[in-house]
Design a protein around this ligand. Sequence first.
Ligand code: SF4
Length: 489
Amino acid sequence: MIMQGSRMNPVKKSKYRYRTQMIITEKDHFSATNSHTPITTVLDEFYKMGPGPSSSHTMGPMRITYDFYQRISRLPAEQLARATALKVHLFGSLSATGKGHGTDRAALAGLLGKSPADCPSEFLDGITLHPDQNYQLNIGPARFELSLKDIIFDSVTGNFHHSNTMTARLLAGDEILYELEYYSVGGGFIEWKGYNPPEKGKPRYRICHARDLKKFLIDDKIPLAKLLLEQEMSVSGKSEKEIMEFLDQVTEVMIRGVDNGLKTETMLPGPIHLCSKAATINRNLHKTKKANPGRAITQIASYAFAMAEENARGHIVVTAPTAGSAGIIPAVVKALRDIKISQQKIREGFLAAAAIGYLCKHNATLSGAEGGCQAEIGVGSSMAAAMIAQAVGEGPRVVSNAAESALEHHLGLTCDPVAGYVQVPCIERCAFGAVKAWTAYCIASEEIPEEHKVDLDTTIQAMALTAKEMNSKYKETSEGGLAASLVLC
Ligand code: SF4
């Protein structure tokens, strides 16, 4: 109501004109300063598997402790024979908010050698249900008894290299046998003291924007999926077989997550006391005899709920592009499987979706803290629209138009997670993101592609500009929007 009133306010109108001028100025600035370095993001940096609900506070820490587990597994037997304990210290933001996120259970699971990609949900839940349980870990001659007590919430303030710092130690009594300082740098990415980014190959195609991609498709007369695969191989150095195996693993993790979510009915963790609803919606959909014109929409929404609720439970998800938006692409993958789209076509869909995500990451942002929810749910929906169009065999123009439409109709979406939990509005937003993706594909596949007015680069640029202009209250602070207006009882 306040917003409607202010739109009619003449004072605000003049402010609006001023803001329009600002936008033009920033647009010029944006065009002049935007990086023209080619995109070199690769699939396994983008689709990361690990426990939700937070890529920085659960996925990153589990990847860190699993990395430490792998490192100490390679130590000489004589060194391991002396070891008596393993300890992980959480600092900064990980210590301040890690309890609520479940950072300690994710870190313990990784330390116990559970792979972030396929740690069973039951194992993670077991740690929460039995917080005092000891777990036996054998590495070579070393024998450890580990529990949540070995994950220590250490100093919140201090002169840390990064706000999400962790230290992992292998000890013999008080003596440190091996130690490494790690950083969970966001998006599930991890680094450590002395980290050097992996060397990448030279991209076969120099792509900064969607228009570059379009030019190569026309000039080289090459199908989109083939171009994207060649690009991935050139940058990552991986073979086609390795890339396809990775995409198959991503598919399986997503499908498993949706299936788990459809079977599970629980109150989700945290202060909101939110009841999950994927299982209810799916069950009611299948038991009703009456005609339901929205059947397909309800089905895909239930899939998105299922995966997003799994994220809220701290179970294994795939960032696509983030943990908060992790329900969208799995819903689409499951729906594509329902209509018997082959795994090869789904792999091609993943390549197209990643290309859209890369363009958004390169020219705007994927972070709710930087750009609001348009950067997470909006990009996820755009990626999903491209995936559907590619997987069902549409040409690149339709793929691009579908992606553009889905992103366009999320522009300006704010990030306002209630109580700081990735639940309200995030879970339902995944459902709407998936449905909008399918709508965008439907429109793009039936319109005359050449008459689609807005191109993808323009919309990505609009997202970047909107992100810059967005009030910081709406960037993952939980100080605005629903987070401010919803009163929790
Ligand atoms: S509201 Fe914020 S935390 Fe939730 S999905 Fe959107 S960007 Fe992520």
